[in-house]
Structure formats: C-alpha cells, structure tokens
Design a protein around this ligand. Structure first.
Ligand code: SF4
Length: 435
C-alpha cells in the first residue's frame, strides 16, 4: 500500500458523515423588469425564471413572413422575440406584425432592435413605439460627438413615455469608439498602464453602466432597464459579466455574440452561459447561432432551452437519458428508439403542456445493454434496457423504479412507445391530477 492509498482510505471513512453541498445558483441578484404587451407581461430578473429570447432573420418589412417566424420561435419556446427595426418601412410594419401575432393567438412580446436611426424611427412612428414591448439600444450606435447623448436621450424619452422596457446592449463589435479612445489615451498616461484587453473590458462596462445611469437621469426607472455586454470570446464574456454583476443590480441579458455555426456555436454558447448562470448571473438568454444552410431559425431556441434544462434551472421537455452505445451493442435499435422517443416527446409538448401539467419534468431512459441499463432505467420515471450483443432478446421495462414487464420480439419500439403514452396519461392526465 503506498502513501496515496492510505490517505484516501482515511478520508473515505469521514465521507459517510460529510455533507456534500449541492451546486446551486446564487439567489437572484437583480431587479425585476416587466415586459408588457396589452394586459400581458413577461417578467425578467428579480427571481423570475431565466427567460429565453430569440431574434428573427426575416426582413421586417415583410410583415407576414416576420410574424410567421416570430410564431415559430414562440412555439419553439422563445418567451420574447426581437426584430430588426432599421428603416421607416420596417418601423411601419411593426404594428402589423403585432396585429398578426394577436390574430394568430401568439402570446409573445416584440423587441425592437435599433441602431443609428432609432431616435428618428421611434419619433416618426408612434404606432411602432407603442406596439413594441421593449427597445434594444446600442450605445455604440446612437450617433457620434454631441449627437450621441441627445439621440440616446430621445430614444429613452420615448421608452419613458410609453412605459417600455429598454435593453442597453453594448456589443464589443460596435463599442463606443470615442469612449474607448479616451480610455486608451488616459491609460497611456498612467505610470503603469493596464493591458489593452483590460481597457477594452473597462470601456464595455463603463459604456453600459454610464448609459444606464444616463437613462435613469432622462426618466427611465431602474426596473425598466436590462443591460448586456456581449462579447464573442467565452473567457471575455465570463470576465465582463462577473464584473458587471458585481457593479449593478440591473437585470442582465446574457449571450455570447457571434457564437458561430453548429457544434462550435452551440458548445461555445453553452460553455459561457453555463458558467455564468451557475453563478446566478443572467436573467434572460439568447443563443446567437448562425443557422447552417437549411437549418431552422428555431435551433437557437432549442439550444437555449437545453442549456437551462441541463443546468436544472427550468424544465421545458421530458428528458431522455440514452447511453452512448459501445462494443456491447452493435445494433442501432436503441439509438433509433431514443431518437424516436425524444422527437415524439418534443413534438407533443405544445399540446401536452396544457393537457398534462408537469410532464416536462418526466425522465425517460433508453439504454443499450444490461451493464447500466436496468440501473439507469430505475432512476427514470420509465425506462427500457435493450439487449446488448449476446444477451437474451428481451428488454425489461422499468416504471417508477420497479421492473414492470419485459418486451420481446420485433415490435419492441412500438410497444415501448405505447407504454410511454399510457404512463403519461395515467400520471399527468387531468384525471390523475384530480385524484
Ligand atoms: S449501457 Fe451497455 S451498451 Fe450502453 S454504453 Fe453502457 S455498456 Fe455500452
């Protein structure tokens, strides 16, 4: 026995008495911002669930096309949807988009994304200003020199007049260059100048916090303001948001800007957002994925929901636990079954949300062999352990931790499917809820 082994052994004795702290996000640190449309409201921050939002990529002038995409994003799970408002025509289309959504029964607030000319568009199109529930203002894109403060104030005044929420959204790709230059110059005069990266971080924070203070001076309440400081580097984003959360109690919009496509964009967004959300930082998230050719815009919503669900912050869909497969199973049966069940559960959720309250917390296991299959299936609400290579062609099914029956033959997939449906109806159906 070497020294390492004896140290471990003595520590293991104490483990039985040790309390293992669960990893939980910190309590909410932010003010709550109501985002209203008509008599409806979505709350952001201040203990509200972390909200999911998305942005359209249609031409806003195409009011029908935009309303359809907003509808798709909302059905996928986006609780707020941002649209570009970049021209007078786009501003004129906004009330029609709102009207279309109301007509389709799509209960989601619209956010207007303004750059450069937002002050004019909001002043010239009061119906647009009213139809939007929230304005996104980028302090780096509201005008240069003496126009900067005036145009920023004009937008804030409209928000105050119509009682709208505002996101002050700094983006390092469009950071206020005058502020950055001024801070770089001041840094150069220091006896021990900071690294340029540090100045960049500080300029982003100063731009956001100074703009928020200015918005309050102009007439916004603190509970109308949401801040964001988006960066495209994971470590940059984490550093800046930690600093931002320490220095203010405004609600925070969190997202990695220009995350990229596919796996890269998904992983980078998840890595950045997970660290911050776990620390209780972030009240609404957007995953800025570039859709791959042919990919639906709703993919960014799917990823955002998965991040929140994986962290245990919210539940949206029943989860399917599936093993990765290995040399013990060479058939693809369990992969196909896991995918079928996952697709089926997701497709049903829009209807099930109302019909089967609580079903989003259900856990289903689809496992490939006897090694972990029965154990993992027992931890799920309903699970199946498929036969691996050389095992008897039988698939035990576990319900609520107990072995319920064994499926055999060529029809295992369809039979398990039916068992899942029956389980959902029995456990989450209205009849079950009323007992
Ligand atoms: S459950 Fe079986 S098939 Fe699946 S990964 Fe584990 S050992 Fe491999």
């Amino acid at each position: 026995m070497n020294d390492m082994t004896s140290v471990l052994d003595s520590n293991l004795d104490t483990l039985f008495d040790a309390h293992v702290e669960p990893a939980r996000p910190a309590a909410s640190r932010s003010r709550q911002v109501p985002v209203r449309w008509g008599s409806r409201v979505v709350t952001v921050g201040g203990g509200a669930p972390v909200r999911v939002q998305a942005m359209t990529n249609t031409d806003t002038v195409d009011a029908i096309g935009t309303a359809i995409q907003v509808k798709e994003l909302a059905i996928a799970g986006s609780e707020m949807v941002r649209i570009t408002v970049n021209t007078p025509e786009a501003a004129a289309a906004v009330p029609y988009i709102r009207e279309q959504l109301d007509r389709m029964g799509i209960d989601v607030p619209l956010i207007g994304d303004f750059h450069y000319n937002g002050h004019r568009l909001l002043a010239d199109h009061p119906a647009c200003a009213e139809a939007l529930s929230k304005y996104r203002i980028n302090p780096g894109n509201v005008g240069k020199g003496d126009k900067h403060d005036r145009q920023f104030a004009q937008m804030v005044e409209v928000a105050a007049k119509y009682d709208k929420a505002v996101r002050i959204g700094v983006n390092w790709g469009s950071l206020d260059q005058e502020l950055l230059t001024q801070m770089m110059d001041e840094n150069a005069l220091r006896a021990e100048p900071f690294e340029p990266q540090q100045i960049m971080y500080r300029a982003i924070l100063v731009s956001a916090l100074q703009s928020a203070r200015r918005a309050e001076e102009v007439g916004l309440r603190a509970d109308q303001i949401i801040l964001s400081c988006k960066m495209s580097g994971v470590q940059d984003l984490i550093s800046v948001y930690r600093a931002l959360a320490k220095r203010s109690d405004y609600a925070l919009h969190l997202g990695l800007t220009e995350a990229g496509m596919g796996t890269k964009g998904t992983v980078a967004s998840t890595a950045a957002l997970a660290v911050l959300l776990q620390e209780g930082i972030g009240d609404t998230i957007r995953v800025s994925l570039t859709p791959q050719p042919g990919e639906a815009r709703t993919q960014e919503v799917v990823v955002a929901l998965e991040i929140l669900q994986a962290l245990g912050l919210r539940s949206f869909n029943p989860s399917v636990t599936a093993c990765p497969g290995c040399g013990r199973t060479t058939s693809t049966t369990f992969q196909e079954l896991a995918k079928q069940i996952d697709d089926y559960l997701r497709a049903q959720m829009p209807v099930w949300k109302a019909k089967y309250p609580g079903v989003e917390k259900m856990k289903v296991a689809v496992m490939g062999c006897i090694v972990n299959g029965p154990g993992e299936s027992k931890h799920a609400d309903i699970g199946i352990s498929l036969p691996g290579n050389g095992e008897a062609p039988a698939a035990p099914v576990f319900i609520d931790g107990e072995k319920a029956l064994t499926l055999r033959g060529d029809n295992i997939a369809a039979e398990f499917h039916a068992l899942v449906e029956g389980y959902i109806d029995k456990r989450y159906g209205v009849a079950a809820a009323s007992h």
